[in-house]
Write a protein that binds this ligand. Structure first.
Ligand SMILES: Nc1ncnc2c1ncn2[C@@H]1O[C@H](COP(=O)(O)OP(=O)(O)O)[C@@H](O)[C@H]1O
Ligand SMILES: [Mg+2]
Length: 300
């Protein structure tokens, strides 16, 4: 093995592992050097170091024996790790604006993918040119939307919204759940078109590759309404803009590009924000109130 374990794992990553997996997570961290070494032998790769912005997966860069740059991603010891659906989605998106996948190992919950270089993400571009970041995301989204998905077995967006029912059993503010469910039933009622979605389409999952094209990494893989996909991006965009009223320009751009009314996109964004807070509370403690309140911007 290369230098992968000389560098300390980021604190935020270790905290997430403990929050989600407890002792089993700590044991897994202990065993990571062995797991990486086994995968190095199995796949003929050499791992150099992990990325600095790890959150819910161990992700590291390295090389294949033929000196091509590769990225190794290993999921936490969760019962249903998302990495298996990620592998399916990457296969389905192959050749349509996604990073290439080379290997997967179910026992070790690992995948081997192409290393995108320079790998600049849209968050970095956002800080200098917000409009360009939006235009690029539209281009990338149009590309991944071309995929035919009928034979792909992946969850349906409806499965994800079961989180609203689980939240009802807690002290989650009722009116947010009611409003989100109401909007969702309207958005989903009109024989809505379904497609294969990335499922976590935000700035840091869109990276620049060496052919000067931006590509997606880290898909969750879910089948559902395109409005949801766009709303993930919009909520992320909203986090970083100074004047919240400036969000309308971004909504307009997506609305024109995908022929979905601005109002529908805003309603999707409300629903998506409430859903992500439900998940956040399920995964870890913390003050989620501010995040929840932001949902109101979409229905102001
Ligand atoms: N194929 C890749 N090429 C370049 N950088 C990558 C690649 N995959 C992941 N990364 C880097 O690792 C980080 C975490 O990877 P990601 O797959 O998004 O993990 P997570 O599912 O935990 O968000 C990314 O934000 C990016 O900086
Ligand atoms: Mg990511």
């Amino acid at each position: 093995m290369g230098l992968g374990f000389d560098k300390k794992l980021p604190d935020a990553f270790v905290k997430n592992v403990i929050d989600l997996c407890g002792q089993e997570g700590l044991d897994w961290i202990e065993s990571l050097p062995r797991i990486v070494s086994e995968l190095e032998d199995l796949w003929g790769i050499s791992i150099e170091s992990h990325f600095q912005n790890l959150s819910y997966n161990y992700v590291a860069e390295g090389n294949s024996v033929d000196r091509n740059k590769r990225v190794l991603k290993i999921a936490l010891p969760l019962r249903n790790p998302e990495i298996f659906d990620e592998a399916k989605a990457l296969k389905a998106f192959e050749g349509c604006g996604a990073v290439r996948i080379y290997e997967k190992d179910f026992d070790r919950r690992a995948i081997l993918i192409e290393h995108l270089l320079p790998g600049t993400n849209l968050k970095e571009l956002f800080s200098t040119n917000k409009d360009r970041a939006i235009d690029i995301s539209i281009k990338v989204l149009k590309r991944i939307q071309r995929v035919r998905f009928r034979s792909v077995e992946l969850p349906d967006l409806t499965d994800w919204f079961a989180a609203f029912d689980r939240a009802k059993e807690t002290d989650f503010p009722r009116h947010y759940l009611r409003r989100a469910a109401e909007l969702l039933s309207r958005l989903e009622s009109a024989a809505s078109k379904r497609s294969l979605l990335h499922g976590d389409f935000h700035h840091e999952n869109i990276l620049l590759a060496d052919d000067n094209e931006f590509k997606i990494i880290d898909p969750k893989g879910v089948i559902g309404n395109l409005g949801y996909e766009i709303s993930v991006f919009l909520n992320n965009h909203l986090e970083w803009i100074e004047h919240k009223k400036d969000i309308d320009g971004a909504v307009e751009k997506f609305s024109r590009a995908f022929e979905i009314s601005p109002q529908k996109l805003k309603h999707w964004a409300y629903v998506q924000r409430v859903l992500s807070v439900c998940w956040g509370i399920e995964d870890s403690s913390g003050d989620w109130n501010k995040h929840l309140k932001q949902a109101n911007i979409w229905i102001a």
